[in-house]
Design a protein around this ligand. Structure first.
Ligand code: F6P
Length: 324
């Protein structure tokens, strides 16, 4: 193998740049030519592919976002789009690909690899932490800390006004960000898609807030089956029927995707990038390079996106105990 390419796709996540840097430098260290594909599958279809050098990835390890840019491509879902992408890679002599992204990225990579046979290894880049085969995904730690900082600030004003806040965090169908930021932020309740929350329990607890407890925080994962934070707040407010209680909603949104990556995400991105290139050189394909128990683990794309990654039972137990 002489030429490899790297791209980032789907929702960006802090630490993707560290991962790109690691892929480029590991590739060069191992004697390969490395190419960057811009805007994910869109750029692959449009032939937006450029040679990368060691200096191309200087001064990026500390930056959020992705220098390769990202996109969610509809065209890549069509056979014609994928054929065009293959032609472009062939024209550049690309013999291996590192795909940095989440479940959508790996779904595309799996189909593409099976259709055209270009060896592909993935790196888990998403704030959602919803990929099986790695303890953490690149960007999750930063997103949790961003959400936590916001929750702390909201707690200040919530306490000053004796208010009840419903704070919505990202995570698509997964509650990892909600659980970890909720525990760290001392939330009274954490609502996640993986477990059903008894709204009557929330109502009962908020109705009887202790006299000396001036604020309440309910962290809601965006994918919760009861609806978004606004809907849930309304349901609870309607049930509580207490005009003295003041309810507010804050949706944290895309601030959770930005910002300088934490040390953890820089290290994880760098490790996964190195492991992906080494995997390609060793003949691996159709799999993701993740880190479990501090070791590199290669997991087939099919399992990464198909197998459920459960929330940590201890975390759920903690939430229950600490919210009394
Ligand atoms: O997958 C990452 C993520 O930030 C999810 O948490 C969220 O549901 C989604 O992407 C938002 O996507 P977009 O940036 O396209 O609105």
């Amino acid at each position: 193998m002489k030429k490899i390419a790297v791209f980032t796709s789907g929702g960006d996540s802090p630490g993707m740049n560290a991962c790109v840097r690691s892929v480029v430098r590991t590739g060069i260290y191992k004697g390969l030519e490395v190419y960057g594909i811009y805007r994910g599958y869109e750029g692959m279809i449009e032939g937006d592919i450029k040679r990368m050098y060691s200096h191309s990835v200087s001064n990026i390890v500390q930056r959020g976002g992705t220098i390769l840019k990202s996109a969610r491509s509809m065209e890549f879902k069509t056979p014609e789009g994928r054929k065009q992408a293959y032609e472009n890679l062939k024209a550049h002599g690309i013999e291996g690909i590192v795909a940095i992204g989440g479940d959508g990225t790996f779904t595309g990579a799996k189909i593409f690899q099976e259709e055209f046979g270009i060896p592909t290894v993935g790196c888990p880049g998403t704030i959602d932490n919803d990929l099986y085969g790695t303890d953490f995904t690149i960007g999750f730690d930063t997103a949790v800390n961003t959400a936590l900082e916001a929750i702390d600030k909201i707690r200040d004003t919530a306490a000053a006004h004796d208010r009840i806040f419903f704070i919505e965090v990202m995570g698509r169908d997964a509650g990892f960000i909600a659980v970890e930021s909720g525990i760290g932020g001392g939330a009274e309740f954490v609502m996640v898609p993986e477990t059903k929350t008894d709204l009557n329990k929330v109502v009962k607890s908020l109705r009887n807030i202790r006299a000396n407890k001036s604020s309440s925080i309910v962290v809601v994962a965006e994918g919760d089956e009861e609806g978004n934070a606004e809907t849930i707040m309304q349901k609870v407010k309607d049930k509580i029927q207490d005009p003295e209680k003041d309810f507010k909603v804050t949706t944290l949104g895309h601030i959770q995707r930005g910002g300088n990556p934490t040390a953890h995400d820089r290290l994880l991105g760098s490790l996964c990038g190195m492991a992906a290139v080494e995997g390609l050189i060793d003949g691996r394909t159709n799999c993701m390079a993740g880190i479990m128990d501090q070791k590199v683990v290669y997991t087939p794309f099919g399992d990464c996106i198909g197998k459920e990654k459960p929330l940590n039972e201890l975390h759920l137990k903690l939430i229950d105990i600490l919210s009394i």
